[in-house]
Design a binder for this molecule. Structure first.
Ligand code: TA6
Length: 314
């Protein structure tokens, strides 16, 4: 049986949620700060990277786990923090569901004065996390409850834990265009379906209609360690529902969208420049980040946009 427990996290008295199997070998810990997943155990083994120097007192986005990026990716609007504000706000647990083979929680973030000062739109974010034996699924639902549309970017900034960056290969990107942030945002097509990381890599692989990017992280003997699938959906809300205190109900007009995927590793010099990462931290993670970032997404009035990922640890 799986269960969900409230934790007043030992470090800095930061509230957290622990989702776990009855034998505790499968678990997921979520800090309410940023709704940041900071641990995912599968058969007792940690699958997410969190920097040993991560700031955990709620004063800065957590370096590792799965930080949430909304409403901007990077800092196109310099008046808003890098990667927006969702990862710096404290969320609220609003629902939990448990069963014999999985458990699920919903966390909520609504607009408030501090967000409106940064980004002048009403919104409800509902982040759903589902834990089962060797899978972790996370879905960020972006609700526009207002009468005016807004445009936003969103991304799930997942830091996968690996034994050594030199020992992995990243597959699934071949045939997709990518924007190379390490080459003046030059756009080219990926031809390599077995990407080794031997320098700073910061690429946005661009979605193609009806063609999902399914990422596989393998070791050099082609044993698959992680499989990451992602997609997005957009839908109109059923009329008349107040979405600030319950889950959005859509009216069946759902459309399915493919997502972009960012591949990032800081490598040596960038890692040294990050105050909240050990100099050798780059060795122990690869970021595979499903998102809607290449083209800011329009969310019409009374509509939702949901970005989802499923990570399998193999
Ligand atoms: O997702 C890749 C990226 O945009 C990189 O450019 C790097 O900045 C990374 O995010 C981490 O950003 P952060 O604001 O968390 O330091």
């Amino acid at each position: 049986m799986f269960e969900v427990n409230d934790l007043n996290d030992e470090a800095f008295n930061q509230p957290a949620i622990l989702m776990c199997s009855s034998d505790n070998t499968t678990s997921c810990k979520i800090k309410l700060y940023g709704a940041t997943i900071v641990s995912w155990l599968v058969a007792g083994e940690e699958k997410l990277f969190v920097s040993e120097k991560a700031i955990l007192d709620g004063s800065k986005a957590i370096r590792g786990g799965i930080p949430l990026v909304f409403p901007q990716f990077g800092q196109p609007d310099s008046s808003m923090p890098q990667h927006g504000f969702a990862r710096n706000k404290t969320w609220k647990l609003i629902n939990s569901r448990t069963s014999a083979d999985c458990c699920e929680v919903d966390l909520l973030l609504n607009d408030d004065e501090s967000t409106t000062n940064l980004w002048p739109h009403k919104f409800n974010l509902i982040y759903t996390v589902k834990l089962s034996a060797n899978e972790l699924s996370t879905g960020l639902e972006i609700v526009n409850p207002s009468d005016t549309e807004f445009a936003c970017q969103a991304l799930l900034h997942t830091y996968l834990k690996i034994s050594n960056i030199h020992d992995i290969l990243c597959a699934g990107f071949a045939g997709f265009d990518f924007i190379d942030k390490m080459n003046n945002n030059a756009q080219s097509i990926e031809t390599d379906n077995s990407i080794a990381i031997d320098r700073e890599v910061d690429r946005i692989y661009c979605s193609k209609p009806n063609s999902d990017i399914v990422v596989s992280i393998k070791n050099h003997s082609s044993k698959e360690m992680f499989k990451i699938e992602s997609y997005a959906t957009s839908a109109k809300l059923m009329d008349g529902l107040n979405h600030s205190d319950n889950l959005s109900k859509v009216d069946g007009s759902e459309k399915r969208l493919s997502t972009d995927v960012v591949l990032w590793n800081a490598w040596i010099e960038k890692a040294k420049s990050l105050a909240d990462m050990n100099d050798d931290g780059y060795l122990y993670y690869v970021c595979v980040e499903p998102g809607l970032v290449v083209v800011p997404q329009l969310v019409p009035p009374h509509s939702t946009l949901t970005l989802s990922q499923k990570i399998q640890a193999l």
